[in-house]
Design a protein around this ligand. Structure first.
Ligand SMILES: *Cc1c(COP(=O)(O)O)cnc(C)c1O
Length: 420
């Protein structure tokens, strides 16, 4: 459920007509709904109500906007971060350091040192080498790092290859067969407190089955670790729940996910941790765009050229992703069209041969389900500006990330003296 809906035939975000935002801020622009973020955060929490005190860490990479993180902080969420930059954002949003989990295969010594100094809650270690380095950095500071070992359960998440992370040949985590040995060796290191395991098998999962398979493997690993005398108090089950991008998508309901987790983990006796991203943010945002021009195509379908492009919303170019396209003032009819952006790449195509609301030059339209992995992946390719973000709350809205103009980006470039 989300709050981007028609009121008297005109698309609104909550109670704000989208045209008001286009007038005030220009297009393209991401528009987020506070009520939708809050609802999703609450639905996900409620889905886990059968568990004892789960820790919820929003996956910052899905939508790192400071105002968005503030909404989630107020909902009692911590953060899952994958860089020092994301850590700084979570802290700036008021999340407690101890509620932040630091994931990622390439944490640098500098990032780990800063995270130790601010008292980050947990490091999700992705290799033995990283654990050894973290222990040494903690020793140098006279601190103890709380850590879990990310395991790679070798299951096929059944999602797009570029967002699948739990197959043996993916770069993430350590092979589950090697985990007991690595866990044992890391557990002997002073200044490193190994307290459990983590996994995250991929994103936009549309079936619970691979998750359940992976969790069962973790259950067996837990017994093995405990059998070997290790303490295991925390298991981080990652994120990955899919959302509905188009009619016919049928992702699992959070409640079904929660019930499955409760069933599979009932004897584990650990504090469970979660890292939801897309399921919280996906449907909480749209990309508002304006039609520049409509150009005849070779076939019957014309090209609808919009002012948003692959640099603003990369998912279609990266993952062949589908985003519903809707006119802000639909007239009830349909036309067949190809929807493209202005960037000079054929990959800058949002849809081919799609049945859409008829649109004409200057009309406003949205791409739906753009709240996750949208603005955060934006670039300035083709020397376009960096897309702004707006947050709506009932009748009001605010710019929560300014448009960065091409001139500002140009001003940060320099021609060396010896070229002048
Ligand atoms: C990307 C990521 C997530 C979030 O995944 P979603 O599919 O958005 O829920 C969680 N944990 C880790 C380690 C990630 O890399």
């Amino acid at each position: 459920m989300n709050h981007f809906h028609l009121i008297d035939g005109v698309l609104h975000a909550e109670n704000v007509p989208l045209a008001d935002i286009a007038d005030a801020v220009g297009t393209p622009v991401y528009v987020y709904s506070r009520a939708t973020f809050e609802r999703h955060a609450q639905v996900f929490r409620a889905a886990l109500s059968g568990l004892d005190n789960p820790h919820l860490a929003f996956a910052v990479k899905s939508n790192p906007n400071l105002a968005v993180l503030k909404i989630l902080a107020r909902q009692g969420y911590g953060a899952d971060v994958v860089s020092g930059g994301e850590m700084d954002r979570a802290l700036a949003a008021g999340m407690a350091a101890e509620d932040i989990v630091f994931s990622g295969v390439g944490k640098t010594a500098e990032e780990m040192t800063r995270a130790l100094k601010v008292g980050i809650g947990q490091f999700n270690i992705e290799s033995e080498e990283e654990g050894v380095e973290l222990a040494a950095l903690a020793a140098a500071l006279g601190l103890t790092a709380q850590a879990v070992l990310r395991i790679n359960p070798d299951v096929d998440a059944g999602t797009h290859g570029k967002i699948s992370t739990g197959k043996a040949d993916n770069k993430f985590g350590v092979g589950i067969d090697r985990a007991p040995g690595i866990y044992a060796r890391l557990s002997t290191l002073p200044h490193l407190h190994m307290r459990g395991v983590a996994l995250h098998i991929g994103s936009q999962l549309t079936s619970l089955e691979p998750l359940e398979t992976a969790f069962q493997k973790v259950g067996i690993l837990l017994q093995e670790l405990r059998g070997a005398g290790h303490e295991v108090t925390h298991v981080d089950l990652g994120g990955g729940l899919g959302v509905r991008y188009r009619d016919g998508d049928n992702p699992p309901e959070p409640a079904a996910y929660g019930a499955m987790v409760a069933r599979v983990t009932k004897d584990w006796g650990v504090r469970l941790m979660f890292e939801p991203g897309r399921v919280i943010a996906g449907n909480a945002g749209v990309l508002l765009t304006r039609v520049i021009r409509v150009k005849p195509g070779a076939g019957k379908a014309p090209f609808v050229i919009v002012d948003a492009a692959m640099n603003d919303l990369a998912r279609p170019a990266l993952y062949d992703a589908w985003h519903d396209f809707e006119a802000v003032v639909p007239n009830g009819q349909k036309m067949m069209a190809n929807i493209v952006g202005p960037v000079c790449e054929t990959g800058d195509t949002f849809a081919m041969g799609r049945n859409i609301d008829p649109v004409a030059p200057n009309d406003l339209a949205i791409f739906r389900t753009a709240g996750a992995y949208g603005a955060t992946m934006a670039s300035t390719y083709n020397s376009r500006g960096l897309v702004p973000e707006v947050l709506v709350d009932g009748e009001k809205f605010a710019v929560v990330a300014e448009r960065i103009a091409p001139a500002t980006i140009l001003a940060a470039e320099h021609v060396p003296d010896w070229l002048k």
